[in-house]
Ligand binder design. Structure first.
Ligand code: GLN
Ligand code: ZN
Length: 745
């Protein structure tokens, strides 16, 4: 068994397959059309493919246990025995217990799903009770290790590390259980060593965020304990998503064998490393190739950074900055892209080649590295767009005086107290999705598709009129996705055909790539909104996705500050708002569900982000007249650090999630003196359950107690695209009836 780490590695690789084979297999298993054995064999095939790909690329340290049927946090929960009794008592097979935790069953809701740091990946939140008994169940990792060995490939099993696992778990102070949990990891490590495993990878990304001195001490204690075990594989602690700060010296002080540093998102790690003094034979795994974006690496700059690390450590290996899970699988599938763009891109498969090359170049110092790319093609620049941000004045992000314009809006719209509305989308029926697929495949022509969408809009308007809603929506039937739809219509964006990235479980997204200056070729939504408005005398909301969310759910260019790209998108949206307004649209909603998810992990970086994010939103929305009402929608109820930003957005009405948290968010808003319209969701659309009229009344009464009725709106928590019509009709009927009841009292 070799004890050297190797020259080149990745922290993880996409597991969904080049054509989303895993999604299809898992969903077929859920639907009952394939059995567990067939699912297992698809999974084994996908794993073998990944290992062979990595080996054939000459990567010399290959991870395993990065495959997952659903989520790596869930896998680690199972590996340490953290299966809540509410699932273990169901008496299901191991596989079905696993899926019950991921998706829930009739009697038991799933584990909570939440964002993995500031990425668009979602993990399942482990539930740790004071009496959770941690055990060691490394069967999955051992099986995969043996499976790869069977192919002649030696791998390094990967787990989420104990400190991050508990920091991300929920329960009564889960982190207090660290000592117990480390015991279970110690047993796992012993079993791995027994099976001949040479290296194990434990991921501790939680230390790229602000951590208390106690949490940092605990990290040091945990790895000292694991490092001092006599019977264990070599330990590689991987960190990613940013600077480790004080956690870096703490980790370097422990007897682990290798430490991984993100040198793309955490440039400060290099200085910390330099300040740390002798590294006692540790391998430093330098994350030099960006695992979260799709651009080719500047290999000459990367090798220079690698050489700096080599000057500090005895052993250096090159890796991706984080798991490659966050980028699409293979660029070679994207044959339709402009070659001037594709030569600048690298997906997971291409990044592996970069890593291997960098590893070689660092070792021998003679490997030739390709020259950096020539300057960006001139036609990706739009000087008119580039000139506009520079010409902006503060007044361009400023509307008038809120009380005055609120009165004028009210005069124009003539809405009752507690106006009712929805967040935008109506159910995306199977028929609608079929029409879109047929249109893409060319079997349904443009005219046929447009008339299909128009019919849907007309039906959605009729339904809302029948239900008696006050501010209507067109239902968004023309949108595949709230970002992709705009990306397809804006210059400077490219769409991939196969560039899927796992978002959670079997759900994948295909983020567009922002490669050049963004500009609007033509109005993007005006046709559908005005058509909807022509069918009713009630106001129909124009519906746009905000600049921050468009950036958050795209791959962004790195050759200019995010703030500049956000302003370019904002200017396109500003023009769209003006066009909607001129076409007679009186209310425009600009959704920013991602405002909070891209909040930097470190508090010290947050204000600068919020400043440009808010400024971009205001640029997008402040070009309209005072009597055009601006709404925004945010998809969560725990605002934390962004609560002040909600006020700063300057929207007339903000709709937010509130039903699950029982309207608590209204108190948070009151505490910051928020004085505009607010629509706390009164119906949890994440579940198919229909709320009764009385339940909605109760939610509204709670809301009226916290916010003056003249500022309150009545709406669901979020869009309805994932719901079915029967529950949507019933729920909206209750919502309207409840508003009428509370209005009268
Ligand atoms: N307007 C969008 C919809 O209703 C908002 C979706 C979201 O907040 N994620 O679908
Ligand atoms: Zn939402």
């Amino acid at each position: 068994m070799s004890t050297a780490f190797g020259q080149s590695t990745v922290l993880g690789y996409p597991r969904i397959g080049a054509n989303r084979e895993l999604k299809k297999a898992v969903e077929a298993y859920w639907a009952g059309t394939v059995d567990a054995e067939a699912l297992a064999s698809t999974a084994a095939g996908l794993r073998a493919q990944v290992w062979r790909t990595l080996r054939d690329a000459r990567l010399d340290a290959i991870p395993s246990n990065t495959f997952s049927y659903y989520d790596q946090m869930l896998d680690t929960a199972v590996a340490v025995g953290a299966v809540p009794t509410r699932f273990s008592r169901l008496g299901l097979s191991a596989l079905d217990t696993y899926f019950a935790m991921a998706r829930g069953v009739d009697a038991e809701p799933a584990l909570e799903l939440t964002k993995w740091f500031d990425t668009n990946y979602h993990y399942l939140v482990p539930e740790i009770a004071p009496d959770t008994v941690f055990t060691a169940n490394p069967a999955k990792a051992l099986d995969e290790y043996a499976e790869a060995r069977g192919l002649g490939i030696t791998t390094r099993p990967v787990f989420v590390g104990p400190a991050t696992f508990l920091l991300l778990a929920k329960g009564v102070d889960p982190f207090a259980r660290l000592d117990d949990l480390v015991q279970a990891y110690a047993r796992i490590l012993a079993e791995l060593a027994h099976a001949g495993v040479g290296w194990v990878q434990l991921d501790e990304p939680a230390y790229a965020a602000d951590r208390s001195p106690a949490e940092i001490d605990a990290l040091g204690r945990a790895y000292t304990r694991l490092g001092e075990l006599t019977h264990r594989p070599r330990i590689f602690v991987a960190t990613y998503f940013g600077d480790l700060g004080d956690a870096l010296p703490a980790l370097l002080d422990t007897p682990v064998d290798a430490v991984g540093l993100d040198l793309v998102a955490g440039a400060g790690n290099l200085h910390r490393l330099a300040a740390a003094g002798p590294l006692g034979g540790k391998t430093i795994v330098a994350g030099l190739v960006d695992g979260r974006n799709v651009w080719r690496t500047d290999l000459r700059a990367a090798v220079a950074a690698g050489a700096t690390v080599a000057g500090l450590a005895d052993h250096v290996a090159v890796s991706s900055s984080c798991s490659l899970l966050h980028v699409p699988v293979d660029l070679s599938a994207e044959t339709h892209l402009d070659p001037r763009l594709s030569e600048r891109l690298a997906f997971a498969r291409q990044k592996v080649d970069e890593i291997v090359l960098l590893g070689r170049a660092l070792r021998d110092g003679t490997t030739a590295l390709p020259a950096p790319l020539p300057a960006t093609p001139a036609d990706w620049r739009h000087d008119d767009v580039r000139g506009r941000p520079a010409a902006l004045r503060p007044a361009d992000r400023q509307r008038g005086d809120y009380p005055t314009w609120a009165a004028r809006q009210q005069q124009r719209l003539g809405l009752p107290e507690l106006p009712t509305t929805t967040i935008g989308s109506f159910p995306q029926t199977a028929e609608l999705r079929r029409a879109r697929a047929a249109h893409r495949a060319g079997s349904l022509d443009d005219a046929g598709y447009a008339s299909r969408i128009r019919a849907e809009v007309a039906q959605v308007i009729r339904l809302q009129e029948r239900l008696g809603l006050d501010v209507l929506v067109h239902g968004e039937p023309e949108r595949n996705d709230m970002v992709q739809y705009f990306g397809e219509q804006l210059d400077g964006f490219a769409a991939t055909r196969h560039g899927w990235v796992q978002s959670y479980g079997s759900r994948c997204v295909r983020p567009p790539i922002i490669y050049g200056d963004v500009s609007r070729r033509a109005p993007m939504t005006v046709e559908w909104s005005t058509y909807a408005q022509s069918l009713t005398s009630k106001p129909v909301k124009g519906m746009l996705t905000g600049p921050v969310t468009i950036l958050a759910w795209s791959f962004v260019r790195t050759d200019q500050p995010l703030a500049d790209t956000a302003d370019q998108v904002a200017l396109a949206l500003r023009d769209e708002c003006r066009d909607l307004e001129s076409a007679g649209i009186r209310v425009i909603q600009v959704d920013e569900p991602a405002l909070r998810e891209t909040l930097p992990l470190r508090r010290a970086d947050q204000q600068a982000y919020l400043d440009w994010a808010v400024a971009a939103f205001r640029l997008a929305t402040s070009g309209v007249a005072d009597d055009t009402q601006i709404h925004t929608h945010l998809c969560y109820s725990e605002f934390g650090e962004v609560i002040g930003a909600i006020d700063a957005l300057d929207a007339d009405v903000t709709s937010i999630e509130a039903s699950r948290s029982k309207m608590e968010v209204l108190d948070d808003l009151a505490a910051i003196g928020y004085g505009r319209g607010v629509g706390p969701g009164v119906w949890d659309i994440h579940s198919p359950r229909v709320p009764s009229r009385d339940e909605v009344i109760e939610a509204l009464r709670r809301a009226v107690a916290a916010v003056p009725a003249r500022r309150l709106w009545v709406n669901p928590d979020c869009g309805l695209k994932t719901r079915g019509y029967p529950e949507v009709e019933a729920s909206l009927r209750h919502l309207v009836a409840a508003a009428e009841e509370v209005r009268g009292s």
